[in-house]
Design a protein around this ligand. Structure first.
Ligand code: ADP
Length: 463
């Protein structure tokens, strides 16, 4: 890899900034520094750590406009979504600043009068994070916040597409008073930095958000030093619309969950399954709404859909659409592009596909683009069967006002996050994470701090 990362604006292809790639020696030194600073950070009381994490959150809020600007420049997402992501990131900091004060232990009644049994929790040590480009702020915040609150030190490698938001976040953490070596950022290719992280004895935990194949590599490479691991990997969310659903509400929510971040999120609806009696009316309303979405440069306030992050992402989307059309899908809107490989920008207009079948790639592979494939089902049992026929198990959505249908769907869908009449489920106070090949561990909520803690059992005798 060259020793410079050229960060480009995906809406124009223009160079925004060059970022230095850290050398192997620099990264090793940073890991050592992170390990050494653990001694003091882990001993600081939780209330003082909390104040510093809240101060970091405050800095994010004060600099919201500037960071959102950086985020939209490097990621392309609409500015209104970037502004929302700063608030969302700050909400993780505030939640875990408080949650860190509630890392409780317990006592266990002993089997003899001469003993006491006490259980405490302590931070795991230096945490190394690898984060993706689709939420460059939030994916880091929801790892860093519980890590720091628990008393761990933290080092992050952001995606090469979007290092600038992370660099700004870390700069503000230091300005807020969090010591320099307690939270650090290093830059370089995923492969190189990932290997330095997994090989290091200093790193006690790897936390990763990204694709399932890379997650599997990191799990494998963490085995040699038996590290703790948290993995937020790919998804292929089904969205089921039952016969009795409130159609207008379902359409609105499906638009939101499908087209947020131009469809580039791991919880975006990837398969829309509609009961056969209402598939016609749902599709008509959905297409009408999809046509209203404005594609363009994220810097413009009225933009709903920004560019695709890069050529690789774009090629995958186009190939899934072509594959579906070859196999008999009908394009109701979209399948139109504004792309220039020379300049380096790739826009895909919102695309809705009808008559989609399970033989098509789009029904199995993550799309990460603004394409909505619609198919129908006859019974709720059949919908569950189609929905579960994937190695992924991150998010699933369904729309029904019938409590028996809803309960059945909740009980039988093999997914870690379920939205019942809800297309936007993420919140700092709720556990986010997947089953099956979508990952290990949870981020957010009470559960989100546990992966950063070790249990220590103390047995006191001779009393
Ligand atoms: P995507 O295909 O959506 O970019 P990736 O899983 O490739 O998802 O990337 C997510 C993050 O993982 C990025 O920070 C990237 O640099 C990093 N990464 C990519 N390949 C590897 C690897 N072999 N080892 C460790 N990290 C990697």
């Amino acid at each position: 890899m060259p020793n410079i990362i050229k960060v480009q604006n995906p809406a124009t292809g223009e160079l925004i900034q060059e970022v230095k790639v850290n050398s192997e020696d620099e990264i090793k030194q940073a890991l050592k520094n992170g390990h050494e600073s653990f001694k003091s950070w882990s001993k600081m009381n939780a209330h003082d750590r909390s104040k510093l994490i809240h101060a970091w959150s405050q800095k994010l809020k004060e600099n919201k406009e500037e960071i959102a600007h950086i985020m939209t420049l490097e990621n392309g997402k609409p500015i209104k979504e970037s502004l929302g992501e700063i608030d969302y990131s700050a909400s993780y900091l505030d939640w875990y600043a408080e949650e860190g004060k509630r890392v409780y232990g317990r006592t266990i009644p002993s089997h003899t009068e001469s003993k006491r049994i006490i259980v405490t929790q302590q931070p795991v040590g230096l945490v190394a994070a690898i984060t993706p480009w689709n939420f460059p702020g939030a994916m880091m915040a929801r790892k860093a916040a519980p890590a720091l609150a628990a008393g761990c030190t933290f080092i992050v490698k952001p995606a090469v597409e979007t290092p600038l938001t992370t660099i700004k976040f870390i700069e503000l953490a230091h300005e807020a008073g969090i010591p320099e070596h307690v939270i650090q950022c290093v830059n370089g290719s995923g492969k190189n930095v990932g290997k330095l992280f997994t090989d290091s004895d200093y790193v006690r935990k790897i936390t990763f958000t990204g694709s399932t194949p890379v997650g599997k590599t990191l799990i494998r490479d963490s085995a040699s030093t038996v590290k703790h691991i948290s993995m937020e990997l790919g998804g292929h969310a089904p969205l089921i619309i039952a016969e009795d659903a409130d159609l207008d509400f379902a359409v609105k929510q499906t638009i939101a969950t499908k087209f947020r971040n131009a469809g580039q999120t791991c919880v975006c609806a990837n398969r829309i399954l509609v009961h056969e009696t209402i598939v016609g009316s749902f599709t008509e309303k959905f297409v009408a709404e999809a046509k209203k979405l404005k594609v363009g440069n994220g810097m413009e306030m009225e933009t709903d859909i920004g560019p695709i992050i890069n050529e690789k992402g774009y090629n995958k989307i186009v190939s899934q659409i072509n594959n579906a059309v070859e196999k008999g899908a009908e394009v109701l809107v979209g399948n139109t592009y504004d792309a220039d490989k020379e300049q380096g920008y790739f826009f895909v207009h919102p695309t809705v596909l009808k008559n989609v079948t399970t033989e098509m790639d789009i029904m199995h592979e993550e799309t990460f683009g603004p394409v909505a494939p619609i198919t129908s089902f006859k019974s709720i049992e059949e919908a569950v069967e189609i929905a579960n026929a994937t190695p992924y198990g991150l998010a699933a959505y369904f729309f029904t006002n019938n409590y028996q249908t809803g309960t059945y769907l909740h009980d039988n869908l093999d997914f870690g996050i379920i939205g019942w009449n809800d297309g936007s489920t993420s919140a700092a106070h709720a556990p986010f994470g997947g089953m099956k090949e979508s990952g290990l561990g949870r981020e957010g909520g009470q559960e989100g701090i546990e992966p950063y803690l070790e249990t220590k059992y103390l047995s006191i005798g001779n009393l």
